[in-house]
Structures are given as C-alpha cells and as structure tokens.
Write a protein that binds this ligand. Structure first.
Ligand SMILES: Nc1ncnc2c1ncn2[C@@H]1O[C@H](COP(=O)(O)OP(=O)(O)OP(=O)(O)O)[C@@H](O)[C@H]1O
Ligand SMILES: [Mg+2]
Length: 285
C-alpha cells in the first residue's frame, strides 16, 4: 500500500492561482527534502509545462493510453534549477497534462470509472517513487475537477479576495463537504495583502459551510495567505509567462514555503487513509 500522500489544488474559479501555487508548493516541498510529483490534471488548458519552460513529448495521455511508461513521461526538474535546498533528498518531477481531454471524465459512468481506475494505477506506480503527489486541476466544479478533489487526502482551495472567487470556492467546498469521506480541505488566500485578510476570507467560507452544510465533520481549515508577488496580469501573454524557480526570495515564495512547512507538520501528526481507498469509494458510489 502506498505511503505517498495525494494533494489536490483547486479553486472553483479560473485564474485564482492554482497553477502558480501548485508549482511553487512543489518546489518548496522539494527544497524541504521531499520527492514530489506534480501532475497537470487541468483537462482543458494544461499549462504547467509552459510555466516550467519544458516541452516534453509525452504526457498524461500518452501514459494512460499505454503509449509509453510512466517513468519515460515523467520529467525531473534538475535540482540546480530549484535550489537552494533546505533539507537533502528532494526531487521535483512533473507530468505534462493533456488538453481537450474532458471526455475522459465526461460521458458515461463506465468511461469515468475506467479513467479513474487507470489514473489510480498510475498513482500507485508513482507511490513507489515519490513522497507526495500534487494534482493541479482546471477551473470549475464539474466532472473534470471534482473526482480529483474527491480522491485527495488534502484539498488546497485557492481563493482570492473577490466575490466570484469566494463564491466558486464555497461551491467547491460545499460539494466536497457533502462527500461520505471528504478530504481535509485547506483554505489558501492568494494575492491578499495580509494575514488578517486571509483569515477573514477563510472564516467567511467556514461560517457559510457551517450554516448551509449538514456535515460539520472535516470542516476546512485555514492554511495561510500568499501576497501578490507583483507578476500577476490578466493579459494572455503574461499569463503564459514561465515561473522563475530560482527566485526563492519573493514574498509569495516565502509565504508558500511557510504553507508547505505547515502542511508537512500536519502530515507528520496525521496518518492519512490513502488515496487508493478513496478512489475505491468513488468507484463504489
Ligand atoms: N500570489 C501571486 N503573485 C503573483 N502572481 C500570481 C500569484 N498568484 C497567481 N499569479 C499569477 O496570476 C495568473 C493566474 O494564475 P494561475 O495561472 O496560477 O491561475 P489558475 O487558477 O491556475 O488559472 P486556470 O483556472 O486558468 O488554470 C498567472 O499569471 C500567475 O502567475
Ligand atoms: Mg491553472
């Protein structure tokens, strides 16, 4: 049985910073000595490879279609591109996503189950190689996103300080909260100016969940806040700009380092039930 831990990054809303957080979170986990694999499961417009300035020929799709092995499709980002390490032993791998792949999880239940089973097999292979698997989802709260949230042990919900981001994050958390065995959800307030604003956003969401959701178990917890590192822009050109992994000293990088440290501390105190069981419970729905 796998000892690796599955973390999904989602937000409901598009453009809230899922990919930014996923990449920098993985870098910080690697710097902290963890072997981490980032899987781009944005089935609409995957862009982790663009943000990492990588052009792998193989993707999640190639592996699922059995055109190549997982190990040949995984790309390792060399340590000299994300150092300085804080602890030894870290590794940073990623698997390119596949665009226009919503049919994997659309369609009938059999197609969905096949996708989830194949995906589970892939995760099981990865479990021997890494300590943590991070899934960067697309936007939305539909079939192309929710299964990846359901199978996670930790769900990082990225939310910004605007009405549509809050309401989309709330909708995602309400769906997840209604599950038989929900993951632990963590609120990450992104592009906010201070801790006070981060906590206000998180408290607001938790209060709404308590009010409208029957289940009060596994309520989301506040993980922390990330300031704007000054690079965000709504222009398409800026949005496709690569992330500089060497820049570990921006305010956003330092904040994400804190969040990664906090999550690892939580993991050390809590033995998860494993995503294999979680995928199984989705299949037994
Ligand atoms: N804290 C931050 N500081 C600076 N720039 C940020 C921050 N968070 C996000 N950004 C920038 O905002 C833009 C949108 O972020 P990102 O692509 O990560 O969002 P997303 O939620 O993954 O979007 P999508 O729903 O399209 O997948 C990007 O240009 C990203 O670099
Ligand atoms: Mg994204």
């Amino acid at each position: 049985m796998s000892q690796s831990r599955l973390i999904t990054v989602s937000s409901g809303k598009g453009g809230a910073g899922k990919t930014f957080v996923s990449i920098l979170f993985c870098r910080e986990l690697a710097r902290l000595g963890k072997r981490v694999a980032l899987i781009d499961v944005d089935l609409g417009t995957p862009n982790v490879h663009i943000k990492l300035r990588q052009k792998p020929s193989k993707s999640l799709d190639s592996v699922l279609q059995q055109q190549c092995s997982l190990s040949s499709a995984l790309v390792e980002i060399p340590a000299d591109q994300w150092q300085p390490a804080v602890a030894p032993g870290g590794k940073f791998y990623f698997l390119k996503g596949v665009s226009g792949a919503s049919e994997f999880l659309g369609g009938d239940l059999d197609t969905q189950d096949k996708f989830l089973l194949d995906f589970q097999g892939l995760m099981a292979q990865l479990a021997d190689e890494v300590d943590l698997i991070v899934l960067d989802t697309g936007a939305g709260v539909e079939f192309n996103v929710v299964p990846f949230c359901m199978m996670a042990e930790d769900l990082l919900v990225v939310v910004c300080d605007d009405e549509s981001s809050r309401s989309d994050a709330w909708e995602l958390m309400a769906i997840v909260q209604g599950l038989k065995d929900p993951p632990q959800s963590w609120v990450i307030a992104n592009q906010v100016k201070d801790e006070k604003m981060g906590k206000t956003i998180s408290n607001y969401l938790v209060k709404l969940l308590k009010k409208y959701c029957r289940s009060t178990t596994a309520l989301p917890e506040y993980l922390g806040w990330i300031p704007d590192s000054g690079e965000s822009s709504s222009s398409a050109k800026e949005q496709s700009r690569a992330i500089d992994l060497m820049d570990t000293e921006t305010d956003a990088s330092r904040a994400i380092h804190q969040l990664a440290t906090l999550l690892l501390k939580h993991h050390a105190e809590d033995v998860g039930d494993g995503y294999h069981d979680r995928v199984q419970s989705i299949l037994n729905r």
